[in-house]
Design a binder for this molecule. Structure first.
Ligand SMILES: Nc1nc2c(ncn2[C@@H]2O[C@H](COP(=O)(O)OP(=O)(O)OP(=O)(O)O)[C@@H](O)[C@H]2O)c(=O)[nH]1
Ligand SMILES: [Mg+2]
Length: 379
């Protein structure tokens, strides 16, 4: 799938930079260089490795309240973005949107800019473009505080109905608060590699595309119910020691038993990998049976991807997720030394983190209202 990447705010811009980094380091193409980042700032202090300066749009720089961002003020971000949208539009004009399959807007939903400007960008894109507009949103960790939770809860309310689907990433589960570089860099790489593996394809010639190869219509179909989506991922290195086979033998139930067969069947191999992906830490932990649709993509050398394995993995996933619609496709990567499985769960509704975020947001809102009232009364 070819998607233009639009990063909004600090986290959104860094994630677009990281995704482009993953893309350029491998053979897979996602945005083909069609990207832009938008931030509200008077000072540009971010150094990007993969976003050229002409693709970075700074808005609100004449606004007196703005320094290096709106400091969590979502309403101010919305106001500035509405006023300065022509500046974003100019850079968007340099992106050949009609030739792409859609847009992926990336934003940290706890930030004022990510949540506020992000919502305006999604709304405007939907008005001017008839292909899907997806969102990759980062939920703030609980430590980010009540205001970040309130921003995220509000932005989910406006973005989820407007976007074609919102893939979420939970900082609470992914960012190591004790890490020296504040843990974002590593989390961003993990997320970027999942997104690129799910959406991007090897830049291969159309002649070599097989019957089971995943294409963009499978992704569009899986994401079409809208709502919130989550990604699971597992990979194994073929060159690592005994390779795929011995790794699978070591994780299979009953391995080491005398009656265990010498070689697991292709179906068992692939099913084990898909099982690992589903049981892995999801970008947004959720009850998998609440998903409306699911998609599994298996990447690796074509000789490792068997048809029978696929069908059995798909059926198994159908049972596990209690979902009637599970699509499966492969992503042949000739010469690759890894086999990986990505599972996309779409329109998940049982998400404990969204519930706790909403509670945190309500508490903050009540506290905030109490403080305002106390100030008013003391006047
Ligand atoms: N995963 C990840 N999360 C981040 C990163 N940077 C910030 N965050 C989180 O995302 C939220 C938004 O932060 P920013 O993106 O810096 O905020 P912003 O959108 O620029 O908005 P303002 O700074 O308020 O103008 C915060 O809750 C941070 O904890 C990042 O690089 N990766
Ligand atoms: Mg910022």
């Amino acid at each position: 799938m070819k998607l233009a990447l639009v990063g909004v705010g600090g986290a959104g811009s860094r994630l677009v930079d990281a995704s482009r980094g993953v893309e350029t380091a491998g053979d897979r193409q996602l945005c083909y260089g069609h990207l832009l980042t938008v931030d509200i700032s008077r000072t540009v202090d971010d150094e990007f490795d993969h976003v050229p300066p002409e693709k970075h749009v700074t808005i609100g720089d004449t606004h007196r309240e703005v320094d290096a961002g709106v400091d969590g003020d979502q309403n101010l971000a919305v106001e500035i973005t509405r006023t300065d949208f022509p500046e974003i539009h100019r850079t968007l004009d340099s992106v050949p949107l009609r030739k792409l399959d859609g847009v992926l807007v990336v934003a940290g939903l706890g930030g004022g800019t990510g949540s506020g400007a992000g919502a305006v960008v999604v709304e405007r894109l939907q008005d001017m473009y008839d292909k899907p507009v997806y969102v990759l949103g980062v939920l703030p960790a609980a430590e980010a505080g009540g205001r970040a939770a309130l921003n995220a809860a509000r932005s989910l309310r406006s973005i989820v109905p407007t976007a074609d689907s919102v893939v979420l990433f939970d900082n609470d589960r992914w960012v190591d608060a004790d890490a020296e570089d504040d843990g974002y860099e590593r989390a961003n790489r993990e997320l970027a590699s999942r997104v690129v593996t799910l959406f991007a394809r090897e830049d291969s010639d159309p002649e070599s595309i097989g019957a089971n190869t995943m294409d963009s219509s499978d992704l569009i179909r899986t994401l079409s119910p809208g709502g919130v989506a989550s990604i699971g991922y597992a990979a194994t290195d073929l060159d690592d020691g005994g390779g795929f086979l011995s790794w699978l033998l070591s994780i299979l139930p009953g391995s080491g038993d005398d009656e265990a067969s010498d070689e697991p069947t292709d179906a068992v191999k692939i099913q084990s990998l898909v099982r690992q992906a589903l049981n892995s830490r999801l970008t947004l932990p959720c009850d998998i049976s609440s998903a409306e649709r699911a998609l599994v993509v298996l990447s690796g050398p074509p000789e490792e991807l068997s048809r029978r394995g696929f069908e059995s993995a798909r059926q198994w996933l159908e049972e596990e997720t209690e979902t009637v619609e599970v699509l499966a496709g492969d992503d042949p990567q000739s010469g690759s030394s890894t086999v990986s499985a990505v599972v996309l769960l779409s329109n998940v509704t049982e998400v404990p983190r969204i519930d706790s975020l909403q509670r945190q947001a309500v508490e903050h809102d009540v506290d905030h209202a109490d403080r305002v009232q106390a100030v008013d009364e003391s006047d």
